[in-house]
Ligand binder design. Sequence first.
Ligand code: G3P
Length: 269
Amino acid sequence: MEFFVDTADLDQIRESYAWGIVDGVTTNPSLIKKAVEKLRKDGSSLGIPEYIENILRVAQGDPVSLEVIGLTAEEMYSQAMTLYERFNPIAENVVIKIPVNPNMGDNPEHAFDGLSTIARLAEAGIPVNTTLIFTPEQALLAAKAGAAYVSPFAGRVDDDLRKMAGETFDKTDYYPADGVEGRDDNGIESGVDLVARCVEIMEIHGFETQVLAASLRNPRQVRECALVGSHVATIPFNVLSAMAEHKKTVEGMKAFTADIVPEYAQIFE
Ligand code: G3P
């Protein structure tokens, strides 16, 4: 299973790469916005293109997803080519992120523009990460179009299910804590369940498309994505950090450290 770090924050990318467990990076316009706000707050005048180039270099040739902002096939294809031509030469690791369906409610005539763009890019040999996947059906369509990755948004599925159930919750809560009741949920019980169904479809039909579990909010979701065979998980920095923690590990470290006898310590001097 591969781990991508879900952030555009260069400090977080550098630090998580130093941990030796990261295989790629995913960004989106919201993550870029956050990173640029931090950059400006720190007084840096570095431009976004140069900042992206730094991300590509830090990722050491591992895939880095960069998202288009257009809403039509024409715009998305041309933006994908702009991103690819400008940034892929830096480290040969650009993956283009395309929404599965760019319809924002008032442009239903463009509902299939994401898929047709994916097909065009795949034909040109450009890897695509399909974003905003909320149903296994959307994952299936993206795989048919030739996407390299499909990104089911596990955390946001849970947000939606909990909202329908009238529950209050913290962003980092695992869901469902105690199972689910009947609901208008398209047969998807949780975010992790969506990931599992996407994995099953790719495997049953032998698609090369990899399932990239996204919108992960806590370590338990990552564990369960691993257990259902997700090929990749893109993990926010805070969740990646939390995965190494346990109170008994701290307790054990304190006890082992307290027991170090001078004769043993001398070996390392
Ligand atoms: O990978 C997609 C991710 O960045 C969205 O996360 O927590 O905003 O749903 P979230």
